[in-house]
Design a protein around this ligand. Structure first.
Ligand SMILES: Cc1ncc(COP(=O)(O)O)c(C=O)c1O
Length: 472
């Protein structure tokens, strides 16, 4: 017998005693709802999961990584709306129809695991992190308290400890969160809390004009964080960079003095290790000196470049990172842990993170539980429900070892060197600069512009190429 919620269930004596549906005598009816009957048809559900998993295996894991298959069946939005059955109806659809829908979703989605998918910041398919994702999707845990997520909280602790080690701190703290942008927000708020702890209770009123410094090449999340936190985008001071896109420390110090002269209150410098576009690494040691002189919190946005810490050959790019007060590092970029997998790490060991973010909700974070409640790390987070993202990275790290991760980083950088040499050899390509990381910036000059002099008209025409319809 089907237990589909849409179907009427007979409640008289003809119910099969083998079924889990209660007999009429035991039925608990409240507000016209049977409370002690099954809510779903488990057998049919299990079969659906099995068939869908087969589809995922064939169409996503195998086919979508096949170089002979398409990266994407691109359709413009209006056309795609016609091809997909997007409407949500009053009655549910049968499983065979749902499987067809799944097939359509896969067909028209971009295959980010494809070897020819070259969008920024992806690095291919990592099978181990994928399995970790399947597991966490199936287990559906939430890493706020130990009683709900014992394993995943210990895994998070182990991964954070190791990342802290790679930064070069003796000890520290941290929390996985939904992205580098969010990590930068965590940092800005934590630095402000450290500067004026009263803000947690008293809010913004009565504060001086707080000001922070970052490079002109920083990630746009700095602006978002400043507006989100009520600091204001006008109080983000964009420090000039050199020809390679690195923050100029002397310029930083000049701007700090200037801000102080204007009566503003500098509280934070955000350096970037691996800028989004050029892949530039700010000089952390010199910036840390400026921060020390002026008592400023140093946050390093290593969302992209942090992976270089895994490589003995390339970790010098982040020389001085151990002097940072906080670091954002995304294993979901070069280290291939699935999106999202991002750590916000803090050098402080005085529980600053918890002091800043905790709300001490007594229904969740009771202090008199039957285990060590320091493992209820959820109160350090701005979230309540939280995904066990560290587990994806842990699985990959377990599978490849530190040496395997190092090899991935070295390979990515060697590939970029190779690309640079190929660009130099090819007509119609112009390298912007020698890269120091995996970002290779170049222009493609179409034949029609190759003889043209580099003036305003040349650049205007070249910029138009990027806007050309990709389907043509
Ligand atoms: C330097 C830098 N910081 C922060 C971010 C934002 O990371 P997320 O996409 O995880 O929010 C990026 C993303 O590209 C980045 O390159």
């Amino acid at each position: 017998m089907s237990c589909h919620p849409d179907r009427e269930r007979p409640l008289d004596g003809d119910i099969d005693p083998q079924e889990t549906v209660p007999s009429r005598k035991n039925t608990v009816f409240v507000d016209g709802v049977i409370l002690n009957g099954p809510t779903t048809d488990a057998k049919a559900g299990e079969k659906f999961v099995e068939e869908a998993c087969r589809l995922i295996m064939e169409e996503v894991v195998l086919k979508a990584t096949d170089i002979n298959e398409k990266v994407c069946e691109w359709r413009p939005p209006e056309q795609l709306k016609q091809l997909l059955d997007l409407e949500l109806r009053d009655t549910g659809e049968p499983h065979h129809r749902l499987l067809e829908l799944c097939q359509d979703v896969i067909r028209y989605s971009v295959k980010t695991n494809h070897p020819r998918f070259f969008n920024q910041l992806y690095a291919g398919l990592d099978y181990y992190s994928l399995v970790a994702r399947f597991m966490t999707e199936a287990l559906n845990p939430s890493v706020y308290t130990y009683e709900v997520s014992p394993v995943f909280l210990l895994v998070e602790e182990a991964v954070l400890k190791k990342m802290i080690e790679f930064i070069g701190w003796k000890e520290g703290d941290g929390i996985f969160n939904p992205g580098g942008s969010v990590s930068n927000m965590y940092a800005m708020n934590l630095a402000r809390y450290k500067y004026c702890p009263d803000i947690k209770e008293k809010g913004l009123s009565g504060l001086p004009r707080l000001i922070l410094f970052t490079s002109a090449e920083c990630h746009y999340s700095m602006k978002k964080a400043a507006s989100f936190l009520g600091i204001g985008t006008e109080n983000v001071c964009f420090v000039e960079t050199d020809g390679r896109g690195k923050m100029i420390p002397e310029e930083l110090e000049r701007q700090v003095w200037q801000a102080k002269k204007e009566g503003a209150a500098p509280f934070l410098v955000c350096a970037t290790s691996g800028t989004t576009v050029l892949g530039a690494f700010d000089p952390l040691d010199e910036i840390a000196d400026v921060c020390e002189r002026h008592g400023l919190w140093l946050h390093v946005d290593a969302s992209w470049g942090g992976s270089a810490l895994m490589s003995r050959k390339h970790r010098k790019l982040l020389h001085g990172i151990h002097r940072a007060d906080s670091v954002a590092w995304n294993p979901h970029k070069m280290l291939m842990a699935g999106i999202q997998c991002c750590a916000f790490l803090v050098k402080d060991k005085s529980d600053l993170l918890k002091k800043c973010y905790s709300a001490k909700a007594s229904y969740l974070f009771q202090q008199d539980k039957f285990y060590d409640v320091s493992y209820d790390t959820g109160d350090k987070s701005i979230q309540c429900s939280r995904r066990p993202d560290a587990f994806k990275f842990w699985m990959t790290w377990k599978a490849l070892g530190t040496l395997g991760l190092e090899e991935k980083v070295n390979r990515a950088l060697a590939l970029s060197r190779y690309l640079v040499e190929e660009i130099k050899k090819r007509e119609g390509f112009k390298l912007l600069m020698e890269p120091e990381y995996a970002n290779v910036c170049f222009w493609y000059i179409p034949p029609s512009l190759r003889e043209m002099e580099e003036g305003p008209e040349f650049w205007a025409k070249l910029h138009l190429i990027i806007a050309t319809d990709v389907s043509t």
